[in-house]
Design a protein around this ligand. Structure first.
Ligand SMILES: C[S@@+](CC[C@H](N)C(=O)[O-])C[C@H]1O[C@@H](n2cnc3c(N)ncnc32)[C@H](O)[C@@H]1O
Length: 209
């Protein structure tokens, strides 16, 4: 039987697992941009990256609803348990779509919930605990598709056990991992360009006559 970890061992394992994980995975030629809307978290992340000796990570202060990141400039957008906190999830997914290159991927974990009682929906603490801002799963996936993503798939799901839900029969709270792809048809831009060329060439040839 596996030995149960004590608190210190759990903390060490979490540090080892998360410490600089993305920076190292990106490799020496890859680059990572971290985004958070609180100066405190950005300062902490910068200090952690310095301590871990990571040169290829950069942290930017900004809102996921208006990412300070160039159009079509990144290969992968990841997020763990953040988007439920954003009031305008449509905007967050539109921004993720905008900053991704064609063929780029979205890989996120987040909370989804159904049947939340009104008193929870009005509770700021419950919002900050990643509960009240959680959308029903169907709507959440619909929001990702509406932003333009394709191949939207739930890759993993963990449901909160009913004993934690206080006997509310319609309440369902889950954590899901979702993958999606930005695919823009290459010939869409070709069609636009050729239409422009045709349109331009007509007045010129008419004028020449
Ligand atoms: C629940 S934690 C995220 C957990 C973290 N991703 C992890 O894996 O441990 C919430 C963080 O998301 C940030 N956050 C929440 N809403 C945000 C938004 N709209 N834009 C940027 N950062 C946001 C908060 O400032 C906070 O640092």
């Amino acid at each position: 039987m596996a030995k149960k970890m004590n608190d210190q061992e759990i903390k060490d394992a979490v540090r080892k697992h998360y410490g600089g994980l993305v920076g190292r995975r990106a490799g020496p030629t890859g680059k990572v941009i971290g985004l958070d809307m609180t100066p405190e978290m950005v300062a902490r992340a910068r200090a952690n990256a310095r301590r871990a000796g990571l040169q290829n990570v950069e942290f930017r202060l900004g809102d996921a609803e208006k990412m300070p990141v160039d159009d079509a400039s990144v290969d992968l957008v990841i997020s763990n348990c953040v988007i439920n906190l954003a009031p305008d999830k449509d905007r967050v997914f539109s921004e993720a779509f905008r900053v991704l290159k064609n063929g780029g991927r979205l890989m996120i974990s987040d909370m989804v919930a159904e049947g939340l009682p009104d008193q929870l929906l009005e509770d700021r603490g419950a919002w900050c605990s990643c509960i009240s801002g959680a959308m029903p799963e169907r709507e959440y996936l619909g929001t990702i598709r509406r932003a333009g993503f394709s191949e939207v798939r739930v890759l993993a799901r963990a449901d909160l056990a009913p004993r934690f839900l206080g006997g509310a029969p319609d309440l369902k709270i889950s954590s899901i991992r979702v993958g999606a792809v930005k695919t823009v048809a290459e010939d869409q831009s070709t069609i636009c360009m050729s239409q422009k060329t045709v349109w331009r060439s007509q007045p010129r040839s008419q004028g020449a006559r």
